[in-house]
Design a protein around this ligand. Structure first.
Ligand code: DX5
Ligand code: ZN
Length: 220
């Protein structure tokens, strides 16, 4: 059974010269999580922020840090991100030699575990681990950049996963990430997402009215 819809704004679209203030503003505007996109220029063709920045941002808010690691190899950095203040650590199965080992690394540190599927990554990469994880992140854009166009072809994959999770009565959140806007958020929920990530829609629509944009994504 899907739980209440949560909004996890991606700070990739925030003003990087004042990330602390932007996170405070997101909290005031009603964000449930803060989605932090970590990119290493190796797993994806872009570089963003690392654990030191997350450590500095941690005291700014009590909100859940929903950390999306687009880095490989990922195992060497799990503890660093956990110590920096990540609450949910989501990794890509293609970034590790052994998915179960990476899951256990994260759980041993008391953090929630997410697995992220790129648009072309198939369900078989996650279906053997459903009893071990807390969240599945369905990417609806190729990882690496904000502001890309939503890829509706991932919806069927998401629906299949939602059906399996519900059949097995597992308590796993499905988070959709990439190109989410006011026109496709309803469909994303219908196809099984209960957490919506959004960067450009939250920060850019309605002259950057964060509260209005978060509310519209939640209620549409
Ligand atoms: C892309 C990131 C996404 C992205 C979402 O690699 O994982 O979280 O920042 O940004 P929008 O909502 O602008 O597509
Ligand atoms: Zn992301």
């Amino acid at each position: 059974m899907a739980s209440a819809i949560k909004i996890s704004p991606s700070i990739l679209s925030a003003n990087f010269s004042k990330l602390g203030e932007e996170i405070v503003a997101l909290e005031k505007a009603g964000a449930d999580y803060i989605h932090i996109d970590v990119m290493d220029g190796h797993f994806v063709p872009n570089i963003t922020i690392g654990p030191e920045v997350i450590k500095r941002l941690r005291p700014v808010t009590k909100l859940t840090f929903d950390v999306h690691l687009m880095i490989s190899p990922v195992d060497n950095f799990i503890k660093t991100f956990a110590d920096a203040g990540a609450d949910i650590i989501t990794f890509h199965p293609e970034a590790t030699e052994n998915v179960s080992e990476t899951i256990n690394l994260i759980k041993k540190l008391g953090k929630k575990v997410g697995i992220s599927l790129k648009p072309k990554s198939q369900i078989n990469l996650v279906e053997d681990h459903l009893n071990e994880i807390d969240l599945i992140l369905i990417m609806s854009v190729e990882p690496g950049f904000g502001g890309q166009k939503f890829m509706p072809e991932v919806l069927d994959k998401m629906k299949k996963l939602r059906n399996t999770i519900d059949e097995k009565k597992l308590n796993i959140d499905i988070e959709i990430d990439g190109g989410i806007n006011f026109n496709n958020c309803k469909e994303a929920k219908k196809f099984g997402a209960n957490i919506l990530v959004s960067g450009s829609t939250v920060f850019k629509e309605h002259d950057g009215n964060l509260e209005k944009n978060i509310q519209l994504l939640r209620s549409n």
